[in-house]
Design a protein. Structure first.
Lengths: 594, 374
C-alpha cells in the first residue's frame, strides 16, 4: 500500500525554494554591506583590535639658570594605566589593582567610568610606582588583563620650593585644555605646565612622544613589534635667572611675605624673581593629592601666588619716582627748586600730615628724605591726569608682558577711573594721595622694576623676560631671545639727571641708607605703603652702579613697616652678592661655554 | 547465480546513474572549505595543523555513514521509526541526566573516548519519524486535530533539548516540523495559527531561560549594551567578516582569527573565519554552494518515488536551511547567538555525521527515483 504523493507537493516545494533563495540572497546582501561597503571601517576596527600603540613618553626639556645650573630635571619612573578595551573583568581586576597600588577602589572606579567612552585609549591611574609594584604587576599580567605599565619620567625640582613661582608646576591636562590640544598629540591624563615657565614655555619643553606599535593577541600578549619610533626629548629652556642671586634673595625673604625682582635694565633679563611664601612643585609631578591641594589653596598666606607679578599692591613712596619725573619734565621743579616743609599741607578743610617737618628742602633732599609735603605740592600742581599720563608712560597700569602666565595689571587712577569704578568725583585729596603712591594706585614689583629700568637706562621701556635661550636636547642653540623695547619715555636730559641725583641721595644720605654697598654706588627709592589690610608694606626699588646701571632690584615686604628698615637691607644683600660676582670678574660664562 | 549477479550489477549501475552528483559535489566542497577553515582556526605554532586530524576522522566517519544510508532502502528506515525515535528520546533523556556540561549546557554524552551530541542525532530521528507519519495519510491534515499527532511526536525531543538547555536546537526541531507540515499540505492559516500560538506561549518561556540566554537575546537587539561582555562575540564576528573585504586576508592570515579575537572560531563562528580570510567572494561562494545544495535536495523531493521520500528530503532540507540561516545570520549580526553550528563546516563530529547522514538519506531517495523523470 503506497500512498500517492499529495497533489500540491510541487507548488509547496517551489514556494519553499523561493523562500530559501530570498533568505540566502538577503544574507549575501548583508555580506556585501559588511565586507564591501563597510570593509574599510571594519578593517580599521580589526587593526585597533590587534595593534597596541604604546607611547614612549618623551622626557620634558630641562630648565637651566643663565649659567647652566639645572633647576628642573627628570627622573626615570613607571606609570600604571588601564586599557578599558582589554579590561573585561573590572569587578575582579580593579579591587586587586587598588590593593597592589595602595589607592582607593573608588578612585579606580571613577577613572574607569571616565575611560570607558574611549576604550582604546589607556588611562593612567598612578604615576611613579615603585619597582616592587612594577614587578608585581608584570608577574600577574595574565590575571590583570587590561593593566599596563609604561615607562614615564617624573619631573624633579631639585631645589624644592626655590623659584617655584618662576618654574611653575605640572598638572593633568583638563578637559577644556584637551579639547584644544588633542590635535597636537596630547591625551587624557597627560601632564602639562600649569604655572610658571612650565606653562608659558610648555610647547618648547614638551617632547615628541615616541611610538611602539606591537601586535597583540586577544589576551594582550605582545607577539611582535611592527614599528618602533623613538621619541624626542623636549628642548632645554635656559632662563636668565642668576641662581646665586635668586637663592640669596630667597634667604633674605624667609619669614616674610613678599617678593624680590632683579633685572638687567639694558635687556630686560630677569636675574631674580623670588616670591615668599613658596611651595614645593615636586608635589605636583606625580599628581597632587586632594588633601595637599586643599592645603595649598586654603593657606591664608597664599603660597601659590607669585607676588612679583600676579599681585598688585600700593606702591607708596616708590611712586614718587613718577611724580618727581613728571614735575621735572613739566618744569614744576628743577634741581635748584626749594620747598618749605612744615610737616603738613592744608587743603581746604583738611590738613595732610607728614611724619616730620623737613624745613626748607631742595628737590634732591626732598627725594632723599621722601618728603611728602614736597611731593604733595608737586602733585597738586601737576594734577591727576598728568600724573596718570607719566605713570602710564613708565608702564604702570599695564601688564609688563613678562613671560609668565597670569600677570596682574595694577591700577593707575584718574578722575574718569574713579567715577567709573567708585561712582564718586575726584577730590583734590585724591591727587595728593596719588602723588605719594597711595589711594587707588596699585602696582606689581615687576612693573616697578620695568619703570625703574627705564630711569636707569635713559628711557627705554624693556619687556622683562625670563627665557634666555632654547637649546636642543643635544645642547645646540635653537633660539635666543633678544631684548624687546616696548616704548620710549622722552626725558629731557636735565630732568633725568635731577631725578637720578635724587635717587642716589636716597641711599647716600636719605631713607635708603640700609641699601648701601661698599664700593658700589646704589641709587633707589624706599616706600612704606599704607594699606587697609595691616601694617604698611615696605618697598625698596633701586639700581646700581648709579653711573652705569646694570642691575635693577625691587623688594616688596608685605607689612614690612618701613622700606628703609626691612626692604632696603634685602636689596643690599642681593646687590652686594651681585657686586662680589662682578668684582671677582666672573664673566657670565653663559650656557654655551658651560 | 551468474544471472542474479548481472541483474544486481545492472541495478547498481542504474542507481549510480541516479545519484545526484551535483548534490554530492556541493556537499564535498562544503566539507572541504570547512576543513580548511578549521585548520586555519585551530592552527598554533606548536600544532600547525590544529584540529585537522580529528576533523578528517569525523569526515571519514560521516562519509561512510552517508554511503551506507544511500545504499539502504529508505523505506526500511521509516519502518524502523520506533527504534530511531525511541533511541533519540532515550539518548536525549540520558544526556539531561548524566551528560557532560560545557559552556553552561549539558549537551554531550561521553561514550568511551568519543563525545556524542545526541540532540544532533535526534534531529534526524525526528525527520524520519515525521516523514513516515505524514506519508501514511491519504488526505493532507487540514484540521487542527489532525495536527495533534505531529505535535505530540515533536514535543518530547523539543522539551528535552530545551532543558539541556539548547535553545537553538529546540528551535531547529520546531522549524523542521513546520517545514514538513507545510510540504504535507497543511493550509497556510493553520500553520500561521500554530506559529502565532507558539509566539503567544513564548513569553511564558522567558522566565525559564537561563540568564545567559536572556542576555544573548537582548544583546542581539543591541550589541552595544555590553560591548566588552555578551555583545563581544557578535561585534568581533562582524569585525572579522567586515575586515575581510572583497577578497579576504588569505587562509591562515586573518588577524581576528589567528590572534583569537574571534570566539569559538572553529565551531559556531567558522563562517566568520571564512568571511575574514576568504572575503566576500569566499563567503558568498559558500552561500552559493548551500543554495545549489538545497535546491537539489528539493529537486529530489519533488521527483521522489513516494511521499515518504519527499518528506524525508524536505526534512533534511529544512534542517540544513535552518542551521545555515541562523548560523550565518548570527555571524553577520542578523540573528541572535544561539549556539547553532554551520552544517558541513563547523567543527564537531556529531553534527557533521548527522548532516552527512541526512545527505545519505536524500541520496537513498534519489537513487530509487522512478525512471520516467529522465
Amino acid at each position: 500500500m503506497q500512498p500517492e504523493k499529495p497533489v500540491h507537493l510541487s507548488t509547496r516545494l517551489t514556494s519553499f525554494a523561493v523562500a530559501l533563495t530570498v533568505a540566502l540572497a538577503a544574507l549575501a546582501l548583508r555580506l556585501w554591506q559588511l565586507q564591501v561597503l563597510q570593509g574599510d571601517y571594519y578593517a580599521q576596527l580589526a587593526d585597533t583590535n590587534r595593534l597596541r600603540i604604546h607611547r614612549v613618553a618623551a622626557p620634558r626639556g630641562l630648565i637651566l639658570d643663565r649659567r647652566g645650573t639645572p633647576l628642573v630635571l627628570n627622573r626615570p619612573a613607571f606609570s600604571v594605566s588601564i586599557l578599558p578595551m582589554e579590561l573585561r573583568e573590572p569587578t575582579r581586576v580593579l579591587p586587586e589593582l587598588a590593593r597592589v597600588l595602595g589607592v582607593s577602589q573608588e578612585e579606580l572606579w571613577s577613572r574607569w567610568e571616565r575611560a570607558r567612552s574611549r576604550p582604546f585609549e589607556p588611562v593612567r591611574v598612578r604615576r611613579d610606582v615603585g619597582m616592587r609594584v612594577v614587578t608585581l604587576l608584570e608577574e600577574r599580567r595574565e590575571e590583570l588583563r587590561g593593566v599596563q605599565v609604561e615607562a614615564e619620567p617624573v619631573r624633579v625640582y631639585p631645589f624644592g620650593a626655590a623659584a617655584a613661582h618662576v618654574l611653575g608646576y605640572l598638572g593633568e591636562v583638563s578637559a577644556d585644555e584637551l579639547e584644544a590640544l588633542r590635535p597636537r598629540g596630547y591625551r587624557a591624563g597627560d601632564l602639562i605646565g600649569k604655572a610658571g615657565v612650565e606653562r608659558s614655555y610648555d610647547t618648547v619643553l614638551r617632547g615628541d612622544d615616541g611610538e611602539h606599535v606591537v601586535e597583540v593577541d586577544v589576551a594582550g600578549r605582545p607577539l611582535r613589534v611592527l614599528r618602533e619610533q623613538p621619541g624626542r626629548p623636549g628642548n632645554t629652556l635656559v632662563l636668565s635667572l642668576d641662581w646665586e642671586l635668586q637663592q640669596e634673595a630667597e634667604r633674605q625673604l624667609r619669614g616674610w611675605s613678599g617678593a624680590v625682582v632683579a633685572m638687567d635694565p639694558r635687556t630686560g633679563e630677569v636675574l631674580v624673581m623670588a616670591s615668599s611664601p613658596s611651595f614645593d612643585p615636586n608635589a605636583f609631578s606625580v599628581g597632587i593629592s586632594e588633601r595637599q591641594w586643599r592645603q595649598l589653596v586654603q593657606d591664608r598666606r597664599n603660597p601659590l601666588l607669585n607676588r612679583a607679578t600676579a599681585a598688585a599692591v600700593e606702591p607708596g613712596s616708590v611712586f614718587k619716582v613718577v611724580t618727581g619725573l613728571a614735575a621735572l619734565q613739566e618744569g614744576r621743579a628743577g634741581p635748584a627748586s626749594r620747598f618749605v616743609c612744615t610737616g603738613s599741607l592744608r587743603l581746604g578743610r583738611w590738613v595732610f600730615r607728614d611724619l616730620q617737618a623737613h624745613g626748607v628742602v631742595d628737590f634732591t633732599t626732598g627725594v632723599a628724605q621722601s618728603c611728602n609735603v614736597m611731593f604733595w605740592m608737586l602733585g597738586r600742581s601737576l594734577g591727576p591726569e598728568r600724573l596718570a599720563t607719566y605713570a602710564r608712560r613708565l608702564g604702570f597700569g599695564q601688564p609688563t608682558g613678562v613671560d609668565l602666565p597670569l600677570e596682574a595689571t595694577g591700577v593707575i587712577p584718574d578722575p574718569d577711573y574713579k567715577q567709573r569704578t567708585w561712582r564718586e568725583p575726584w577730590y583734590p585729596g585724591d591727587t595728593l594721595n596719588m602723588a605719594i603712591g597711595q589711594g587707588f594706585v596699585l602696582v606689581t614689583p615687576i612693573q616697578v622694576a620695568r619703570a625703574l629700568s627705564a630711569v636707569a637706562n635713559g628711557g627705554l621701556l624693556v619687556q622683562p623676560r625670563l627665557g634666555r635661550a632654547v637649546l636642543s636636547p643635544e645642547g645646540q642653540v635653537v633660539r635666543t631671545f633678544s631684548p624687546t623695547v616696548q616704548g620710549r619715555v622722552e626725558f629731557s636730559p636735565s630732568a633725568l639727571q635731577a631725578l637720578r641725583r635724587g635717587l642716589e641721595a636716597v641711599v647716600e644720605r636719605g631713607t635708603g641708607q640700609a641699601a648701601r654697598v661698599e664700593g658700589l654706588r646704589v641709587a633707589g627709592k624706599t616706600g612704606s605703603a599704607e594699606t587697609p589690610r595691616g601694617r604698611p608694606h615696605a618697598w625698596f626699588a633701586g639700581y646700581a652702579p648709579a653711573e652705569d646701571p646694570r642691575i635693577v632690584v625691587v623688594v616688596l615686604v608685605e607689612h614690612g613697616y618701613r622700606g628703609g628698615l626691612n626692604a632696603a637691607p634685602i636689596a643690599r644683600a642681593v646687590l652686594s652678592r651681585w657686586w662680589e660676582g662682578q668684582r671677582a670678574g666672573r664673566r657670565e660664562a653663559g650656557w654655551a661655554a658651560r | 547465480m551468474g544471472g542474479a549477479l548481472t541483474a544486481d550489477l545492472r541495478a547498481a549501475r542504474r542507481r549510480l546513474r541516479h545519484v545526484d552528483w551535483v548534490l554530492v559535489a556541493c556537499t564535498l566542497a562544503l566539507v572541504a572549505v570547512g576543513t580548511a577553515a578549521i585548520a586555519s582556526a585551530t592552527a598554533t605554532p606548536e600544532q600547525p595543523l590544529g584540529l585537522l586530524r580529528p576533523r578528517l576522522a569525523h569526515v571519514a566517519v560521516g562519509l561512510a555513514v552517508l554511503a551506507g544510508l544511500a545504499a539502504v532502502p529508505y523505506r526500511s528506515l521509516g519502518e524502523a521509526w520506533k527504534l530511531l525515535y525511541g533511541l533519540s528520546l532515550a539518548l536525549l533523556a540520558l544526556t539531561d541526566l548524566v551528560g557532560r556540561t560545557a559552556l553552561g549546557a549539558q549537551r554531550w554524552l561521553a561514550v568511551g573516548p568519543v563525545s556524542l551530541q545526541p540532540s544532533e542525532l535526534a534531529k534526524l530521528g525526528l525527520v524520519v519519524t515525521l516523514a513516515w507519519f505524514l506519508s501514511r495519510r491519504k488526505e493532507p491534515p487540514t484540521r487542527l486535530p489532525d495536527l495533534l499527532p505531529y505535535l505530540v511526536l515533536a514535543g518530547p525531543p523539543v522539551l528535552l533539548v530545551f532543558l539541556q538547555p539548547d535553545l537553538g536546537s529546540a528551535l531547529a526541531f520546531v522549524a523542521v516540523l513546520l517545514a514538513m507540515l507545510w510540504a504535507a499540505g497543511v493550509p497556510r492559516g493553520q500553520l500561521a495559527g500554530l506559529v502565532a500560538g507558539g509566539l503567544l506561549v513564548s513569553p511564558l518561556v522567558w522566565p525559564l531561560l537561563k540568564p545567559y540566554q536572556r542576555t544573548r537575546l537582548l544583546v542581539f537587539v543591541d550589541p552595544s549594551l555590553d560591548p566588552l561582555g555578551a555583545g563581544y562575540n557578535l561585534i568581533q564576528s562582524k569585525i572579522a567578516i567586515g575586515s575581510g573585504g572583497l577578497w579576504g586576508k588569505g587562509l591562515f592570515a586573518g588577524t581576528q582569527n589567528t590572534l583569537q579575537f574571534l570566539p569559538m572560531q572553529h565551531t559556531d563562528f567558522v563562517f566568520s573565519v571564512i568571511g575574514e580570510e576568504l572575503g566576500f567572494v569566499g563567503a558568498v561562494g559558500v552561500l552559493l554552494l548551500f543554495w545549489v545544495f538545497l535546491l537539489r535536495v528539493l529537486q529530489v523531493a519533488s521527483s521522489a518515488r513516494d511521499a515518504f521520500g519527499s518528506y524525508l528530503c524536505v526534512g533534511v532540507a529544512s534542517l540544513v536551511a535552518f542551521h545555515v540561516l541562523v548560523n550565518v545570520g548570527m555571524t553577520v549580526g542578523l540573528a541572535p547567538a544561539t549556539g547553532i553550528p554551520l552544517p558541513f563546516l563547523s567543527y564537531g563530529g556529531t553534527a557533521l555525521v548527522t548532516h552527512l547522514a541526512g545527505v545519505g538519506l536524500v541520496l537513498s531517495v534519489a537513487v530509487r527515483r522512478p525512471k520516467i523523470l529522465f
